[in-house]
Design a protein around this ligand. Structure first.
Ligand code: SF4
Ligand code: SF4
Length: 171
């Protein structure tokens, strides 16, 4: 058998029905926070972005960047491992042949940031340290879908030189 506890309601007299005591209690809390914040700025968690930039944590995944070899060319060998690992299917690569070596290069490398979820799986999958998300650049929203599509030159412009061994360990 289900036991039911009946809770008595307080009498809804004129004072309760006017809401004035409860309004007054609420205004006191709001007023206290307003004046404490205004006069002491203690415990304010709101950042005045963009004037005040927050420090990103060391493992923050920012906008992608394509890394370079010491000769300034892209480290990427168009192996498609990043695009295969990408759960959002937002990396498009078209491979080209490097004339000097037995390697490929990305003739096209695009990331569609409207689909990207910044999971970092592309970075994890890459055997060449060719793609990283450690740029520290916060991806700003764009107005059009076309602006969300970032190409190779844009991604290379953020890249630095990596001296890790192609296809293997870091030096
Ligand atoms: S961060 Fe994740 S979703 Fe974005 S491109 Fe890389 S693998 Fe795809
Ligand atoms: S996994 Fe690395 S080397 Fe392979 S296509 Fe992606 S960025 Fe280029």
């Amino acid at each position: 058998m289900v036991k039911v506890k009946v809770v008595e309601r307080p009498p809804a007299d004129l004072v309760v029905q006017s809401w004035l005591p409860e309004l007054w209690k609420g205004m006191k809390v709001t007023g206290r926070h307003f004046f404490v914040n205004l006069l002491t700025r203690k415990g304010i968690v709101t950042s005045q972005y963009p004037e005040e930039k927050r420090q990103y944590p060391p493992r923050y995944r920012g906008k992608h960047r394509l890394m370079l070899r010491e000769d300034g060319t892209a480290r990427c060998v168009a192996c498609f491992m990043c695009s295969t690992a990408c759960p959002a299917d937002c990396i498009r690569i078209v491979a080209g042949e490097r004339p000097d070596e037995n390697e490929k290069f990305p003739a096209v490398f695009e990331v569609d940031f409207i689909k990207c979820v910044f999971c970092g799986l592309c970075e994890e999958a890459c055997p060449c340290d060719a793609i990283r998300l450690d740029s520290g650049v916060h991806r700003a929203p764009a107005y059009t879908r076309a602006e969300e599509l970032n190409g190779k030159e844009d991604l290379l412009s953020l890249g630095g030189i990596s001296v890790s061994r192609q296809g293997g360990e870091f030096k």
